[in-house]
Ligand binder design. Structure first.
Ligand code: PLP
Length: 381
């Protein structure tokens, strides 16, 4: 059945990276095991300080996941039940889930057709007296239009919370994602640009009160052991993950540069192919290609291309097939209170969701494999 006897090319291959960092990670893990300070130990502290330094943030607070980072960031930013938070429908569900965790209402705006990021004009049209925050995602590693969103936030006195789960190391001019808004939320899920070997996340901010609130929220609402001034959570970054992440942080610029090199190879090779639109760098910021996501002509073309790549033993994936405003979880049952808002249609998000296709993307992807991917795509076009 398979006309191509080449080995499979996966979306991500974490085993390709491990040999490069194995020795340092194993050494670090052994000494952490010997020290046995497993909860908020010295490696979490050191990693927090390394990330703050790398990003140019005053505070970086490790938490249990990117989803928790969003949840705690929104809470500490003062978002409350019933507040409206304007966000993108073209993201992983966590972005809007975190808004619902506190009973606030996600309001979905449309996206830009080229960058796939939140469209500031669409956001502007949805601001009401109930709007409290704007939550952009730096999707696939490309910074959202922060200059325009920061202007809107300042004009309307809204807080800006950045979802940086896919954008570690991306920035606008000399400012990194995660320090342009009031606060940023990062994920260290294994497949992210900076990924651990399990779950992890981080909240960044330059605001000392915000930081103090996050530090307490991640640890049962406590500032002093066994004294609890509010209800918090058990959401701490794991000490062993911090060992791994610290080592990988030292390589992040090289990893991101390899992603960009691969992306530019794909784009050059695929430009001008009938029906294929390679991803667009809008020039607003520095793109770190968490994903390489092109557009097909239509849904049928995408299915055909996925199948064709599959026959060549090449993985591809749809991030994301159903925009959030169409997810069942955000539809209120008749008679139920409002749980999300959006215009009747979000034409750009709906069209992009039908046509997007992501190709294998990781720093160690061999050149010969990248060549196989573009040849397979060319052979269908
Ligand atoms: C991965 C991701 C998250 C959630 O991160 P977890 O660490 O898996 O909880 C949130 N938002 C976006 C855009 C993501 O890609």
């Amino acid at each position: 059945m398979n006309p191509d006897h080449h080995p499979a090319i996966p979306m991500v291959d974490l085993t390709a990276q491990y040999p490069l960092i194995r020795e340092a990670i194993e050494r670090g893990l052994h000494s952490a095991l010997d020290e046995a300070k497993f909860i908020l130990g010295p490696n979490v502290q050191a990693f927090e300080s390394d990330v703050a330094h790398y990003l140019g943030a005053t505070h970086a607070i490790g938490v249990a996941s990117g989803t928790d980072a969003l949840h705690l960031a929104l809470l500490a930013a003062g978002v409350r039940e019933g507040d409206e938070v304007i966000t993108t429908p073209f993201s992983f569900i966590s972005t809007a889930e975190a808004i619902r965790y506190i009973g606030a209402i996600p309001v979905f705006a449309d996206i830009d057709p080229h960058s796939f990021n939140l469209d500031p004009d669409s956001v502007a049209g949805l601001i009401t007296a109930a709007t409290r925050a704007i939550l952009p995602v730096h999707l696939f590693g490309q910074p959202a239009n922060m200059p325009a969103l920061m202007q809107l936030a300042s004009d309307h006195k809204l807080v800006l919370v950045e979802d940086c789960a896919q954008s570690f190391g991306a920035g606008v001019d000399n400012t990194m994602t995660g320090v342009m808004g009031l606060t940023g939320a990062f994920s260290f899920f294994p497949s992210k640009n900076l990924g651990g070997y399990g779950d992890g996340g981080m909240v960044t901010t330059n605001n000392a009160d915000m930081a103090a609130e996050i530090v307490a929220l991640r640890n049962h609402g406590s500032r002093e052991r066994y004294y609890h001034y509010r209800i918090g959570f058990n959401s701490r970054l794991d000490e062993l993950q911090a060992v791994i992440l610290r080592e990988k942080l030292a390589h992040i610029d090289a990893f991101n540069a390899s992603r960009r090199r691969l992306a530019h190879f794909y784009t050059q090779a695929l430009s001008g192919l009938n029906g294929i639109t390679p991803p667009h760098e809008d020039g607003i910021g520095h793109h770190v290609y968490h994903q390489y996501t092109l557009l097909c002509e239509d849904e049928a073309h995408r299915s055909a291309l996925m199948e064709h790549l599959g026959r060549h033993n090449i993985a591809s994936a749809v991030y994301y097939p159903v925009p959030l405003h169409r997810q069942e979880a955000f539809q209120a049952q008749p008679g139920e209170p409002v749980i999300s808002k959006s215009p009747a249609t979000l034409p750009v998000a709906e069209s992009v969701a039908k046509r997007c296709l992501s190709l294998p993307m990781y720093p160690e992807l061999p050149d010969a494999d990248a060549q196989r991917v573009v040849e397979a795509i060319r052979s269908l076009a």
